[in-house]
Design a binder for this molecule. Sequence first.
Ligand code: SAM
Length: 191
Amino acid sequence: MNRVARFFVNLANARRSARLLRSLAGGFQPPLGGRFLELGAGRGGLSALLQERYRPSRLTVTDVDPRQLEAARRYLARRLGPLPPTLELRTADATALPFEDRSFDCVFAILMLHHVETKHSEFVRRPAALREIRRVLAPGGALVYADFSRVEELRRTLLDLGFAPLFAARRWPGRELAVVRAPGEAGPRAA
Ligand SMILES: C[S@@+](CC[C@H](N)C(=O)[O-])C[C@H]1O[C@@H](n2cnc3c(N)ncnc32)[C@H](O)[C@@H]1O
């Protein structure tokens, strides 16, 4: 992304993130104290809210663009003060995640899945990102995603990968905001 695109993409980030969590409420609550992974986090507006509201035992904030991650680091430091040791910022491409299998309870991919494509309108690299998300999610873990591009294919691919629909928000005009559950039963996990 060039500077102008980054500016516009980051502009509405904090307000949109608060609206997103309001839209989820009633249909899905991220687990308190869970292990969260945010992909394509941009400026970190959602990351800050996740940290403040759900006190995750692990919050991994990622973006493929190190400049975005730096913007997130500055924003989080302003909002939260010194970052807790459970909060990690890491450069990562959603199509090749540097994380262990089954290591997160909840993955957030908000308005970023079409960005993994060379051209936003394509649907070429997204299946690899969705497979990676399934791999790193614990059995029964949740993917929260929002997008507006090729959402039918997105839904179909998620079903093919064994994800089960859990919640789809209304009043998210022109966009899909949904939660799907990874295959398998959630079980107890080591502290
Ligand atoms: C429109 S912004 C969305 C930011 C944030 N999630 C939000 O809701 O405002 C898309 C972000 O995805 C990142 N991105 C693009 N390709 C990516 C990839 N392959 N893996 C991870 N992040 C990527 C971009 O750098 C950008 O920060």
